[in-house]
Design a binder for this molecule. Structure first.
Ligand code: MSP
Length: 501
């Protein structure tokens, strides 16, 4: 079994999760589930980023110790992931002792490669991004992401020799698929064209962090601490066998505002530490409302927990994966959420499952159709659609074009519904054409089962329920092709997606 290791960013434990965090995590979970369904040995990592000056400040504002504060928030992320059926393999927290060991081992390696030196940093710092900015990157005096004033920092600390990796990184970004999609690769090339500058890798005026060895009044720069989570998650440095099984990561899925850290800092740190590089970084776009990035700071958040309570995890997962081309920005609206729910889930997929289970379970256990009953053009066409579906889903998941994977499955649902209309099994029953009816029912039930199998990574609850009703089993690897003849009892049940106004 080939291993597949993918990650989400670890989210700042400064406030409860919002829909942007949910979006990334849902997408990563869908990929993980697709890969598992195709028989891969998947490891999905998520977690929380719990250090830094911002978290220290917010905890103090709330009258909590930083640890109490991050404990509460890590729990709220885990709760939401449970509600959204996120099948992560490990939830990493940067305040765990295991993580401290990983981050310090990384530090030790950077030090022994000669890439750390003492220097003085003077300039702008955005504590919300936890990022240093050059003057020409600011918008007026504001941070380009949050549009809020940066603080002026001046301190002596450790620097990392990023500039040493300029050529290697340029080749990596230009000549490989390390950064995706294309628009983001160009952006990273733009940063490279300006020339990489060394960056401060420790902070003095921050206490809430991992203490730097032999410099007790300094902590690791929070981004280096955070990036190391991808190593911690798969056992570095203690559990060599897990680490070798999964590292390097196949993909880091991130939002587009953190590509500099993932596409430049991270590979440089790994090169310096003598560790293999992740295969790719995929940056998706921003969810926006009226054109503004949804964020706590902007104050335009949508509560994913409330949306999930109202519509169910499947509906939330479906909408975000279907409505926004993965990799691009997308404006989200309540009206389009309800419209898609009704059209795609209640009508198309929900209806296909209802029809197939009603027809299939009508009065008996479905029999294998008689050998003598030939396949007509409608059956040949349906099987051809099923072959195309398998090819399309394989290619789109590989490219992380998740919206196209969803579109391909929903197109197949449409084809299956049309097959029912063309073959009109209700007429065959009236005409007493029982062999033909047997053949048609077998195809209807199988088409619905196959749709449910492919939908399982997107809408796991409904797809699993549908697969159970149609095949008597949950979806499992190796059943993504059209299988006909001979099956157990088909069971009719209540609608999977009741219509909503
Ligand atoms: N802690 C850092 C990441 C460290 S990873 C080594 C961080 N945390 S964050 O809480 O700000 O989360 C940022 C991530 O959340 C984004 O990269 C993206 O994955 C997701 N999103 C947050 N807001 C979003 C939108 N409005 N739209 C889409 N994704 C968003 O940065």
């Amino acid at each position: 079994m080939t291993a597949y290791y993918l990650t989400t960013p670890i989210y700042y434990a400064n406030d409860v999760p919002h829909i942007g965090h949910a979006y990334t995590t849902i997408a990563a979970d869908a990929v993980a589930r697709f890969r598992r369904l195709h028989g891969q040995d998947v490891f999905l990592l998520t977690g929380t980023d719990e250090h830094g000056v911002n978290i220290e400040r917010i905890a103090a504002e709330r009258g909590l110790s930083p640890q109490q504060h991050v404990d509460r928030l890590a729990a709220s992320f885990r709760d939401l992931w449970a509600q959204l059926d996120i099948s992560y393999d490990r939830f990493v927290r940067t305040t765990e002792p295991a993580h401290e060991r990983a981050a310090l081992e990384l530090w030790r390696r950077l030090q022994s490669s000669g890439d750390l030196y003492r220097g003085v940093y003077e300039g702008a710092y955005c504590s919300r991004c936890e990022a240093y900015y050059q003057r020409d990157e600011l918008v007026g005096a504001d941070c380009p992401v949050h549009r809020l004033p940066c603080e002026q920092v001046q301190e002596e600390n450790w620097f990392f020799r990023l500039s040493r990796y300029q050529d290697t990184l340029e080749r990596l970004v230009r000549e490989t698929d390390f950064v995706q999609p294309e628009s983001r690769r160009n952006e990273v090339l733009g940063v490279l064209a300006q020339g990489l500058r060394d960056f401060s890798i420790s902070r003095r005026q921050v206490r809430w962090g991992i203490a730097v060895p032999d410099a007790p009044d300094e902590v690791l720069y929070v981004w280096v601490d955070a990036l190391a989570n991808y190593l911690t998650g798969v056992g570095f440095p203690d559990d060599q066998s897990t680490f070798e099984r999964y590292w390097p990561a196949d993909v880091h899925i991130v939002g587009k505002e953190i590509i500099r850290f993932h596409c430049l800092y991270w590979p440089a740190l790994l090169l310096s530490a003598g560790l293999p590089l992740p295969r790719r970084v995929f940056a998706h776009g921003w969810l926006t409302r009226e054109g503004h990035k949804i964020s706590k700071t902007t104050g335009n958040v949508i509560d994913p927990a409330a949306l999930t309570r109202d519509f169910g995890a499947d509906a939330v997962r479906y909408y975000f994966l279907r409505a926004i081309p993965f990799g691009q920005d997308g404006d989200i609206q309540h009206a389009s959420f309800v419209a898609r729910y009704n059209a795609d889930l209640a009508n198309d997929f929900g209806n296909l499952v209802q029809r197939a289970t009603r027809l299939g379970s009508r009065d008996r256990c479905l029999q294998p159709p008689p050998e003598s009953e030939p396949l007509g053009p409608a059956e040949e066409e349906l099987r051809e659609h099923a072959r195309e579906l398998s090819v399309r889903v394989g290619a789109t998941v590989e490219a992380l074009a998740l919206h196209e994977a969803v579109t391909a499955i929903s197109a197949f649902v449409g084809q299956a519904n049309r097959y029912i209309e063309i073959t009109a099994p209700w007429n065959l029953a009236k005409q007493g054409a029982s062999d033909r009816l047997e053949r048609v029912l077998d195809h209807v039930v199988e088409a619905a089962r196959l749709a449910a199998w492919y939908y399982a990574p997107i809408i796991p609850r409904a797809a699993t329920a549908a697969h159970q009703r149609l095949a008597g089993t949950p979806p499992s690897p190796g059943h993504g092709t059209f299988e006909t003849g001979g099956r157990g009892t088909v069971v009719f049940g209540p609608p999977l997606f009741p219509r909503r106004e």
